[in-house]
Design a protein around this ligand. Structure first.
Ligand SMILES: Cc1ncc(COP(=O)(O)O)c(C=O)c1O
Length: 399
């Protein structure tokens, strides 16, 4: 049979936005001698042993069937206590839905809270997947700026301007990827109230909630306990469980019910042994989390010192596992810096442009690499500064 000329991919496939970080990853993987990998946001630690054991035991005990769409009761109960004691707000277990990572949670929640043609306010710079999700769902990803001169925090006047009748969701991220900035409670509260008054939802992406280096962060739902807040969490980074694909959404019961129902035709439920592993993660010792957090903090400090030694300015992150580095001193654009570092110096970094227009002039380094690699990677970055500094420029450099 001759294929009909109209046999083609749908709109979502044709309009798909690709992640620039993926491009770097693919190139790094193809290289003959492996480069220093600072581009990807994945912990270099193994999943703590007691979590692996719990999942293993569950599988051996025959806990391998489908679970309820919202996840096993034991995990939802444990998460309800976790949210109360570690995020400082109350949510009953029927307000919690276990999802295939925060990614699937975010995608499904966006599907539920906004209709095709609606707008979603997303930070710029931000994790690129929000824009990809919006593109697939037929939503307009409307960027709001996180500017250095505003401490990389959202500007309330700008949010107010962007929140028109078509804007149905504001995405807040704390601590953020790629900036590592946590949101002060008063900023969170002001945005939640503004959104509520305009009939918009707030999605609080707190995938790195327990990877905060100073005082515990204030969750958006704790700062502003309002009926328009939906919070999204992940086991990926906090427990070094990226590939297990477990996350969860905490939402008003009506949203949680709809989300559980939506999971039926998408994933049905999260991998059952992985859910038992997640119970062990939440209820077991938190010492491994503290150890990983301490390691990231230590690497952050070592890397910041090396960046300074190499002549780079960088934002000091409050949390998460990234460094946002100003590459203005190289005189090159972010893509060019990423390309040259990889091709000429064998260091993979994420160009700031992967995170939005405001990422131009920066690159993101991941702290989830061995300290020695991080330091060596930054030293090699310094070579771009050396090239940029001709004697004439040196005398003009007033910083
Ligand atoms: C801000 C942010 N939210 C969500 C996620 C997704 O996490 P998960 O592995 O749980 O899907 C990531 C992953 O990098 C992230 O950086």
């Amino acid at each position: 049979v001759k294929p009909h000329p109209e046999l083609r991919l749908g709109r979502a496939a044709a309009g798909m936005v690709r992640s620039e970080i993926r491009g770097i990853v693919e190139q790094a993987l193809r290289m003959e001698s492996p480069p220093i990998r600072l581009e990807i946001g994945e912990p270099d630690f193994a999943t703590p042993e007691h979590i692996v054991e719990a999942a293993d035991r569950a599988a051996r005990d025959g806990k391998v069937g489908y679970t309820s769409n919202a996840g096993i009761g034991e995990l939802r109960e444990a998460l309800s206590s976790k949210v109360l004691t570690r995020n400082d707000y109350a949510a009953a277990s029927d307000q919690i839905v276990v999802t295939a990572g925060a990614t699937a949670g975010l995608f499904s929640v966006l599907r539920l809270l906004a209709d095709e043609g609606d707008a979603v306010l997303v930070p710029d710079p931000a994790w690129p997947n929000y824009r990809m999700m919006c593109s697939i769902l037929g939503l307009e990803a409307r960027p709001y700026a996180l500017r250095p001169d505003a401490g990389y925090l959202p500007d309330l006047d700008e949010i107010a301007r962007l929140l028109d009748a078509r804007a149905k969701v504001v995405v807040l991220v704390s601590p953020s990827n790629p900036l590592g900035r946590t949101l002060p409670p008063e900023t969170a509260r002001a945005i939640v109230e503004l959104a509520l008054s305009r009939g918009a939802w707030v999605i609080a992406d707190e995938a790195y909630d327990e990877l905060v280096f100073g005082d515990r962060m204030v969750s958006v739902a704790a700062a502003a306990p309002a009926p328009n807040v939906v919070s999204v969490y992940s086991f990926s980074k906090v427990y070094a469980m990226c590939g297990w694909r477990v996350g969860y959404v905490v939402a008003p019961a009506a949203v949680a019910d709809a989300l559980a129902a939506l999971q039926e035709p998408i994933t049905s439920c999260v991998n059952t042994p992985a859910q038992y592993g997640a119970v062990a993660a939440i209820t077991g010792s938190q010492a491994p989390v503290a150890a990983m957090r301490d390691a990231y903090r230590h690497r952050r400090d070592v890397a910041l010192a090396e960046l300074e030694a190499q002549g780079f300015d960088a934002l000091v992150p409050d949390g998460a596992i990234y460094l946002w580095v100003d590459i203005g001193s190289t005189g090159l654009g972010a893509r060019e810096v990423a390309r040259r570092l990889l091709e000429e110096h064998h260091v993979a970094v994420a160009p700031g442009t992967a995170f939005g227009e405001r990422g131009e002039g920066s690159v993101r380094l991941c702290l989830a690499s061995a300290e020695a690699s991080l330091v060596e990677g930054i030293r090699r970055m310094g070579r771009l500064n050396e090239c940029a500094r001709t004697p004439r420029e040196k005398t003009l450099d007033l910083r």
